[in-house]
Design a protein around this ligand. Structure first.
Ligand SMILES: Nc1nc2c(ncn2[C@@H]2O[C@H](COP(=O)(O)OP(=O)(O)OP(=O)(O)O)[C@@H](O)[C@H]2O)c(=O)[nH]1
Ligand SMILES: [Mg+2]
Length: 429
């Protein structure tokens, strides 16, 4: 078994309510560190009016940490926030330790979990772009710590090459990703005729578990942060025979760095193009409202906050009955249109599916379409994609008159084909 790297976790907390809230934040940092397979030797917390601009912590605290790191042979310090290049450099000079900030820790987990080519390229790009300014700092420690935290993935490889090489590599990665993106756009276009639903939510909320339940798939599920890094799409039929395509996506987290988001944009495109987002929330988490807010913030950042969103409270089985009833009542007051489920125990799924059906119904338009009889392929397209309520042939105008319920997104395309045909006819006369 590989020996785990021992680290110190370090957080600075500012503001009036920081004493109440810091423990949840530290718990999250611990989960991240555990997911990154680090062994937590000790946690240091300092309450400050504001972080020190050059050393993040106070000088005294740094000295204390440096001494303890030396005596316990700790080589890596993991920080709860993102640090500026100067802060990283100064702390590393004062402590003689390798400094890893929150973003670098998350990127390290991403590097470990990336399986597909696309995910690997995206992680490499994000790591290069994020670490670019800190390169000098990393150089210094490479001789002492090889392949440790913050160096997985491309780290070690890349540090040996100069900045010009890195810029070249970034350009290459971007063009490779662009190619993959083009392919996935073609794939997405093919799916465009069906209602698209994306599962979104805080990391570890149970998105993949629900995805597996709905699609009978076997995607990787784990009690870790960022178990899923690639989006996967499957088609399912609702009991109403409606076909919908469901996408499982990468989880969100508080303070997800913006750079990372732009790197993951193609994955998140699925989210921005969905007709409906199922926002999965772990109801048993003490900070569920903060998680909801964090997810809403990321959705805003990627321009998906105006979408139709259905809140799904998951893991209801984890609460005792009395507390569950109390919490459910409170949450319904806040979010009247939400659903309560347990994806693991298969509870509440019928309610959820009913809501999905209602939603699909709302997405449809009841209308009459008059299609020139020459457009046979369009007529069969409508047969395939719409519910036909009535259909007659109008001999006088030589057209098929169809009373239909049709997905709204298809209607403009159909109208366009009919109009184009009529214009051509008119010109030819
Ligand atoms: N008790 C309980 N556990 C659940 C439920 N749904 C999911 N879990 C557990 O929660 C953990 C995370 O589940 P995932 O489905 O991997 O969560 P995810 O949202 O896909 O997580 P990421 O991909 O890491 O963002 C796993 O250990 C699941 O077994 C539930 O309804 N009840
Ligand atoms: Mg997942």
């Amino acid at each position: 078994m590989i020996e785990k790297e021992k680290v110190f976790l370090i957080g600075v907390f500012c503001g009036e309510d920081s004493r109440e809230n810091y423990s949840d934040s530290i718990e999250e940092l611990k989960s991240l560190a555990e997911t990154a397979e680090l062994e937590i030797e000790k946690v240091f917390v300092q309450f400050l009016a504001k972080p020190n601009s050059s050393t993040y912590l106070g000088k005294g605290k740094i000295r204390e940490i440096a001494n303890q790191a030396k005596s316990k042979k700790i080589k890596t310090l993991v920080f709860n926030d993102n640090l500026s290049p100067a802060q990283s450099r100064n702390i590393s000079n004062l402590t003689r330790c390798n400094v890893v900030d929150r973003t670098e820790l998350i990127l390290d987990i991403f590097a470990k979990h990336a399986k597909t080519k696309q995910a690997k390229l995206q992680v490499e790009l994000a790591q290069l772009e994020y670490s670019y300014t800190k390169l000098k700092n990393l150089w210094r420690h490479l001789s002492r710590i090889e392949g440790g935290i913050g160096f997985r993935g491309p780290g070690e490889k890349q540090i040996e090459i100069d900045r010009r090489e890195i810029r070249k590599r970034v350009a290459l990665l971007k063009s490779k990703l662009e190619e993959i993106k083009k392919n996935s756009i073609t794939k997405r276009k093919k799916r465009h005729n069906f209602t698209a639903v994306s599962l979104v939510g805080y990391t570890n909320a149970g998105k993949s578990t629900l995805f597996n339940l709905l699609t009978k798939e076997k995607r990787f599920v784990a009690d870790q942060l960022f178990a899923t890094l690639d989006s996967t799409t499957r088609a399912i039929f609702l009991p109403s025979k409606e076909k919908v395509v469901i996408t499982d996506t990468v989880g969100f987290i508080k303070n997800l760095p913006h750079k990372l988001i732009s790197s993951f944009h193609s994955t998140l495109l699925e989210v921005t193009e969905a007709d409906l987002l199922l926002h999965i929330v772990d109801i048993s988490h003490s900070k569920l409202l903060e998680h909801i807010e964090a997810v809403e913030n990321v959705l805003k950042e990627i321009g998906a906050n105006e979408k139709n969103i259905l809140l799904v409270f998951n893991k209801c089985d984890k609460l005792n009955d009395k507390y569950y009833k109390f919490l459910r009542k409170k949450l319904i007051e806040l979010y009247p249109d939400s659903v309560f489920i347990s994806a693991k125990e298969n509870v509440g799924i019928t309610d959820l599916v009913e809501k999905l059906e209602e939603f699909c119904e709302r997405l449809k338009k009841l209308t009459t379409i008059r299609v020139p009889i020459q457009l046979q392929s369009l007529i069969s397209f409508i047969h395939k994609n719409a519910e036909i309520l009535e259909e007659n042939f109008n001999m006088k105008d030589n057209e098929q008159v169809m009373r239909v319920k049709i997905p709204r997104r298809l209607f403009p395309k159909i109208q366009e084909q009919i109009i184009n045909y009529k214009i051509k006819e008119f010109i030819n006369k």
